[in-house]
Design a protein around this ligand. Structure first.
Ligand code: CMP
Length: 148
């Protein structure tokens, strides 16, 4: 369903605590819940796998280099129609276009250019399932017995 999606804060922004706080504040103000959060520096192989659908594009090498250049913050978002809603908050792929067409969007506010567009959002419920599986695993409820 469209009830969960993946939000990424990319390496151009992930180390800027104030920017991350701004993004999280917008998400929660919109009524979405952040169910899980991980910070990871992707390897080149992981970045290539995550963006495999773009492997034939001219920008692929630059995208992989950028995405493996530093930490990424991955957020599991939950809420009504959150796949579409988060994409709306993110704005157009190009920050320059975003500044012209959606000046309130996150990419307009925080994006640079090229692959450095601050955030990512899954483009469909199907993509969200696949992409969430890339960063998050179902939590196994373990009964922990303390050793004496
Ligand atoms: P994202 O929404 O994460 O999905 C694919 C990413 O590829 C996109 O954000 C950008 O970071 C990058 N990208 C897409 N189009 C271009 C482009 N024309 N030039 C450079 N990077 C791009």
């Amino acid at each position: 369903d469209a009830h969960c999606t993946l939000a990424l804060v990319k390496p151009d922004v992930a180390q800027d605590e104030q920017a991350v706080a701004t993004i999280i504040g917008r998400i929660t103000a919109r009524g979405y819940t952040i169910k899980d959060r991980v910070e990871i520096t992707l390897s080149r192989a992981q970045a290539s796998a995550f963006y495999a659908e773009h492997s034939d594009r001219p920008f692929f090498e630059g995208l992989v280099a950028f995405m493996s250049s530093g930490p990424t913050v991955a957020l599991l978002l939950e809420g009504d129609d959150v796949v579409r809603g988060w994409r709306m908050m993110v704005g157009p792929t190009s920050p320059a276009t975003a500044r012209q067409q959606m000046p309130q969007s996150i990419r307009a506010l925080l994006g640079d250019d090229g692959p450095r567009n601050a955030v990512h959002g899954s483009d469909s419920a199907e993509s969200a399932q696949r992409e969430l599986g890339f960063f998050f695993h179902p939590r196994i409820q373990a009964e922990v017995e303390e050793e004496p």
